[in-house]
Design a protein around this ligand. Structure first.
Ligand SMILES: NC(=O)c1ccc[n+]([C@@H]2O[C@H](COP(=O)([O-])OP(=O)(O)OC[C@H]3O[C@@H](n4cnc5c(N)ncnc54)[C@H](OP(=O)(O)O)[C@@H]3O)[C@@H](O)[C@H]2O)c1
Length: 243
């Protein structure tokens, strides 16, 4: 692998597309072994193929990242396969076109909060013993809208992504003693399938001036590869076109 990561292991959610997929390929190129979770198994297998073609190692762990049994079974597989877990990249996320108090519905609100906030909280809680053992890194893939309020991001999305800042900060405050580090990563507009959740889906021209998934993946790699005494508490990465 030509590894600078020395066989370290990262578990990535939302790994079948967009930022999660790009992060897997980028991390693998740097020598990380990658565990991949998402609900679409075929998409994960495609990411795993790209990782292996580049000489990396991938473990496909299909499932809903908000399910405690799935999370526990996945951690057992990672531990049994590689015996360590050095990082999490939590990229699974959800939004909906109905974003305003006037048009959102509560089941969708609950689902967005579950995927974006409650799920990551459960997953980190379950993974902490392995992260403490490795002095691991957590990357919460949050949003620019959690850093600078954006009125069009949506009620549930804004609230859930802002909550990730609190998860990350409490993790750093309480788990630094075990060597655990956490980054609240706030990307601006990224050209991925996620834009399909917008009330007005951006045109190809608009997408062309956004960040591309590989741009965010390089930021994630930068965080993952920091020396053990270095922490990036918050990282905002945006296209120059961001307003
Ligand atoms: N694109 C942007 O402009 C932008 C900007 C800032 C932040 N972000 C954040 O970046 C993250 C990644 O999004 P993306 O832009 O890369 O879009 P994407 O390609 O749509 O990725 C979202 C991923 O989340 C996975 N996912 C959703 N619910 C899941 C669940 N319950 N369990 C497991 N996986 C689940 C999806 O896979 P399955 O459907 O197969 O489960 C999908 O691979 C999201 O958290 C998003 O909020 C995006």
């Amino acid at each position: 692998m030509g590894s600078s990561a020395d066989g370290r292991v990262v578990w990535i959610t939302g790994a079948g597309s967009g930022i999660g997929r790009a992060a897997a390929i980028e991390a693998a190129a740097a020598g990380w072994r990658v565990a991949l979770t998402g609900r679409r198994e075929a998409a994960l297998e495609a990411t795993a193929d790209a990782v292996r073609e580049a000489g990396g190692s991938a473990l496909v762990l299909p499932g809903d990242a908000t399910s405690d049994p799935v999370v526990r079974a996945s951690l057992e597989r990672i531990d049994a396969t590689w015996g360590r877990l050095d990082a999490l990249v939590l990229a699974a996320g959800l939004n909906a076109p109905e974003r305003r108090w006037a048009d959102h519905d509560l089941p969708t609100f609950d689902e967005i909060v579950r995927v974006n906030l409650t799920g990551p909280a459960h997953l980190v809680t379950e993974a902490l013993p392995l992260l403490r053992a490795s002095g691991g890194v957590v990357v919460f893939v949050s949003s620019y809208s959690a850093w600078a309020f954006n009125p069009i991001a949506g009620v549930a999305y804004s609230a859930s992504k802002a909550g990730l800042s609190a998860l990350s900060r409490t993790l750093n405050a309480q788990e630094a003693v075990a060597g655990v580090r956490s980054c609240h990563l706030c990307p601006g507009d990224v050209n991925t399938d996620f834009l399909g959740h917008r009330p007005q889906v951006p045109s190809d021209d608009a997408r062309a001036v956004m960040l591309q998934p590989a741009d965010v993946a390089r930021s994630i790699r930068f965080v993952l590869e920091a020396p053990a005494h270095v922490r990036f508490d918050e990282l905002v990465v945006s296209p120059v076109s961001q307003t």
